[in-house]
Write a protein of this length. Sequence first.
Length: 209
Amino acid sequence: MIGNINDKHFRGGAWKDDWVVSLIHLRGSMDEEFLKPQKPGIDMWSRVSSQLAEAHEDFDKNSESCRKKWQRIYKSFKDDKALLAAPGNGNEKYLTCKWFDLVEHYMHNHVDRNGNAFGMDDQLPLLPAPVGMVADPHFANAVGTESSDQYRPNAKRARKDQKVKESLSQMVETWRESLEVLRDSEVKRVEILQTLSNTMAGLLDVLRK
């Protein structure tokens, strides 16, 4: 039995990656309802937290935690969007939104190239939910599925890719220097062999006389 997700007992602790992926998908699928005028006594974020609690047995966040988590993710995404639009190369390695690719999948029509949102700050287009999400009318018309494996932390991946490029560049430079040394050594070896050959030829000529 799932406890009352709004109790303070369910507020602390870090968010797990699969919780965040489900939060982004669920918030996107409920976008139309979030944009409608809210009826008194209806808390959309309570519905979000309840759905996440049903989808994940160990989920322990209340509605306010869900709302704040979404706002932080969305703000970080907009900041990164603006950073990518700024002049200069290599800005990807400074991205801070861990879920940039996933949010971009939903938000590409709601944030311009400079990171400015169109309309409300938490708008998202209606798109299908991931495999494994709890059965719910919001997901009944989904035409496809998304897996959390498709959306690895983008900032971390960018930093890793940069380190790989730097390592490969260093390896290439080391190999080039090694080849130069080997080539010089080979030239010297040939010169020594040629000198020995000439010396031996001279000795043979002396012995024949």
